[in-house]
Design a protein around this ligand. Sequence first.
Ligand SMILES: Nc1ncnc2c1ncn2[C@@H]1O[C@H](COP(=O)(O)OP(=O)(O)OP(=O)(O)O)[C@@H](O)[C@H]1O
Length: 302
Amino acid sequence: MIEVKDLHKSYGKSGKKNALNGISFTVEDGEIFGVIGPDGAGKSTLFRILASLILPDSGSAIMNRYDIVKDYRKIRQIIGYMPGKFSLYQDLSVEENLKFFATVFGTTIEENYHLIKDIYQQIEPFKNRRAGALSGGMKQKLALSCALIHKPEILILDEPTTGVDPVSRKEFWDMLARLKEQGITILLSTAYMDEAGRCDRIALIRKGKFFASDTPKGIIDKYTESLWAVEGSRMSAILHELRNHEGIKRSFAFGDKIHITVDDDLQIDELKQYLLDKEFSDVKIASIEPTVEDCFMALTSK
Ligand SMILES: Nc1ncnc2c1ncn2[C@@H]1O[C@H](COP(=O)(O)OP(=O)(O)OP(=O)(O)O)[C@@H](O)[C@H]1O
């Protein structure tokens, strides 16, 4: 179990830059807990503190009975940490990297091969290739293998899917689901809101603070406003006109659509006519169910 209480951290002389502003949460054994938020929100700072790499200014954290400050040696044994930036030795081969991490932790690849088999088998054909010459998806699989090779109880993965193609991202999440089945607790961060649904619980973070924490469904269920998706061929011009409409509370581009939150008394046909009058003739508008990203936008615009 992970128990985090009121963590604060600032950087710079006289602590000018507040990175964490009082973070508290718990993660149960075997849970996948996702910390979701934009760049600079404080995710890496939080994970570096929990991995015992930097000290908090105040607050505490217990990871499976061990205190991150007092018991930092033990913490490093029971966690597997995959930093956001590529952490492997670029000039060592795939196999040499894995051997190195196994040796540091006093184990061997053979001893814990069963844990990494699923993942490592996919990169084993390239075991003699330099890590620096691997694709993004393969680097990520090697980094995860290295984080797992000492059989950690808790995995801390900082933005593990950033810069990874959609197929490798899906494979990665399937692997995490299998690790969870083996009882490993997984704490990860992501800037991709569509990954929220693969977590048991999530926390939304912004400016060093969690502003919502629940199951993905729990977060979505709290969204009670009317939400529509607008499609058309001149998206930025449509967005501009929508922002001038007083019945629209919020609007933002969402992939190839625009999501808008509207006043309860506005009707779809009424808005279609408004856009038609502005010469947008091919506009489609439909009522939709919110996603975690819609919740994030709603909560951060308050
Ligand atoms: N070593 C440092 N010195 C000064 N400021 C820092 C340092 N590390 C992070 N920060 C600042 O602290 C804030 C939180 O950064 P952090 O890296 O924890 O966020 P993040 O959510 O992980 O984002 P990113 O994905 O961009 O790393 C940011 O404003 C960042 O600029």
